[in-house]
Design a protein around this ligand. Structure first.
Ligand SMILES: NC(=O)c1ccc[n+]([C@@H]2O[C@H](COP(=O)([O-])OP(=O)(O)OC[C@H]3O[C@@H](n4cnc5c(N)ncnc54)[C@H](O)[C@@H]3O)[C@@H](O)[C@H]2O)c1
Length: 525
């Protein structure tokens, strides 16, 4: 098929009828959900992935990536604004609570706008839907998998690029995967193909870096020989299936035809799709979205340090501040992790600096967030001093390795610097996580043992540091601790899961990020 001869309005139907072949290059956290969802819509999809071992697992229908979501069309999706903190909620996190401010009752009273499909409140308890979609689409023959990108591109009409765009050791954009993918795609590119870049990149990369590689390798001219657009990924990890089905898409094509065709591809999901004048706009917009969150977490962390100095409890102050509806403050924590937030801020500082502008606030936000793990260790040491127990040789349970709750992703997790520092102080760290695989993240770390069960981590622990707000941990109370951790004396809570009054009643020395006010209430006999 020559896409350029097709009316874009026809494209969603043609895709659903399996008449258009789509190659997805890079089957990671972004590419795999997109590939299986397109296939579940009836599309003919070729998934391209270079990691051999990973590809073999996918071929067997095993998804190393855990993704929940609205399991089937025909269900409604909760889409509400939390009346307490104003954050948009796309799910109930497995329970009826706002995943930002954790208010339960208020959310129940929220005005819920339904997308017309779901009703079940979806979240961590809804199972790994990715695995079932993967094996279904492989069995139905709608999804095929290959490591030969050029060959896959030759037989495709649309190529969607979802390769990683990390930062290097100097915190500068590392575009090696994108450049290599561009070379492979260019070698296979046929006339009339639409290439869509989904990876997050700095403004100017689609047209200034990616397009020239495609042109050089294929001998085709952008806009004439092939179409090109940037469509940033907006889904959240752990909710990527739900996000693909419900979130609006922003499309920045190099020309009108590229924009219209790329917009039509995403209309397969019945979501609002908006087109913009150039890829530079959507490239910058994607960075803005993540910077907005990074800076706002830095603000919450800075305010947490302030409340500790002032002898206040940040959770109480936030509750009071959020009574004013325009105040959308986020919660503080042990730092910012994950693949996107930390590096995307650096993507903008890098390109801005190259253009002669140093965005001071962004550097400062990064600095505040990167120092939070150190602060958590300071809280641990402080609590040990108050409890009168020596740090060296003590046993500490570290709960949570993933960078955020209900995901198995440990990339750039703040848990690692915390654990490394605790182990460096001579503590024996018993690490637990219900979802994450310790893999290489903790390999070679002296004094750190990964435990399978929560009771194994807590059974002999003198102290507990809670690092990730997994649902399993959110359900814990003081009672859980007294039952599972008979030796426990110190609790350091970076996610405000435990009730300080409860902790005091149980005679634990308690510290929470931003909760110095609690210090006075907690007294050991
Ligand atoms: N993870 C998220 O939630 C998220 C959200 C928004 C945006 N993004 C952006 O999306 C992009 C992809 O992120 P991700 O989390 O999916 O990364 P990932 O590392 O999970 O996946 C990338 C995959 O691409 C494969 N790959 C690399 N080079 C390849 C090539 N030449 N040919 C075929 N496969 C190749 C890798 O082996 C890997 O499996 C990044 O730019 C990221 O910033 C990610």
């Amino acid at each position: 098929m020559h896409l350029f001869d097709l009316d874009p309005k026809e494209l969603p139907r043609q895709i659903k009828d399996g008449k258009v072949t789509l190659a997805i290059v890079g089957l990671g956290h972004v590419g795999l959900p997109l590939a299986v969802l397109l296939a579940s819509k009836g599309a003919k999809v070729v998934g391209c992935e270079l990691e051999g071992e990973y590809l073999n697992k996918l071929r067997k229908g095993v998804s190393p990536i855990v993704e929940h979501g609205s399991s089937r069309l025909g269900e409604r999706v909760l889409d509400a604004t939390c009346p307490t903190c104003g954050v948009r909620i796309l799910h109930g996190g497995g329970d009826d609570f706002c995943p930002n401010c954790m208010k339960v009752a208020e959310l129940k009273g929220a005005e819920v706008r339904l997308t017309g499909r779901s009703h079940r409140i979806l979240g961590a308890d809804s199972g790994n839907e990715m695995a079932s979609l993967l094996s279904e689409s492989l069995k139905a023959g709608r999804l095929s998998l290959t490591s030969d990108v050029s060959e896959a591109v030759t037989r495709s009409d649309v190529v969607i690029v979802c390769v990683g765009t990390p930062i290097d050791a100097r915190k500068r954009p590392d575009l090696r995967a994108l450049i290599s993918a561009g070379n492979d795609i260019g070698r296979g590119l046929r006339e009339g193909t639409l290439v869509i870049l989904k990876s997050t990149v700095s403004p100017g990369t689609t047209e200034g870096v990616f397009a020239p590689i495609l042109e050089r390798r294929s001998g085709l001219k952008r806009g004439v020989g092939f179409g090109l657009a940037h469509v940033p990924e907006t889904t959240l990890e752990g909710l990527a299936l739900l996000g693909n089905r419900t979130l609006p898409k922003a499309v920045g094509g190099i020309d009108k035809r590229s924009s219209d065709l790329a917009a039509a591809v995403f209309r397969v999901f019945d979501v609002p799709v908006y087109t913009f004048r150039s890829p530079k706009i959507t490239e910058a917009a994607k960075l803005f979205q993540n910077i907005y969150r990074d800076v706002n977490v830095a603000l919450a962390n800075e305010l947490a340090l302030a409340t500790e100095a002032l002898g206040l409890d940040i959770t109480e102050v936030l509750e009071a501040a959020r009574t004013e509806p325009k105040t959308h403050l986020l919660n503080p924590g042990p730092g910012v992790g994950g693949y996107c937030l930390p590096k995307d801020t650096y993507y903008l500082t890098d390109v801005a600096a190259a253009h002669g502008f140093k965005p001071r606030m962004l550097y400062m936000a990064r600095d505040i967030n990167e120092r939070m793990p150190q602060h958590v260790v300071r809280l641990v040491k402080d609590a040990y001093a108050e409890a009168g127990i020596p740090v060296k040789g003590s046993v500490i349970a570290a709960l949570g390795l993933s960078f955020k709750g209900n995901t198995a992703d440990t990339r750039d997790t703040p848990s690692i610097p915390v654990i490394r520092r605790l182990a460096g102080l001579g503590m024996k760290v018993l690490l637990h996580d219900p979802l994450a695989n310790p893999g290489t993240a903790v390999r070679g770390l002296k004094n750190v043992t990964f435990t399978k069960g929560l009771e194994d981590a807590l059974g002999k622990a003198d102290a507990l540091v809670l690092l990730t707000d997994h649902l399993e941990y959110r359900k814990m109370t003081g009672r859980t601790l007294s039952e599972l951790a008979p030796e426990l004396k110190v609790v350091v809570d970076t996610r405000h899961i435990f009730d300080p009054v409860d902790m005091a009643r149980l005679n634990y020395t308690y510290r929470g990020v931003g909760r110095a006010g609690v210090k006075r209430r907690v007294r050991r006999p």
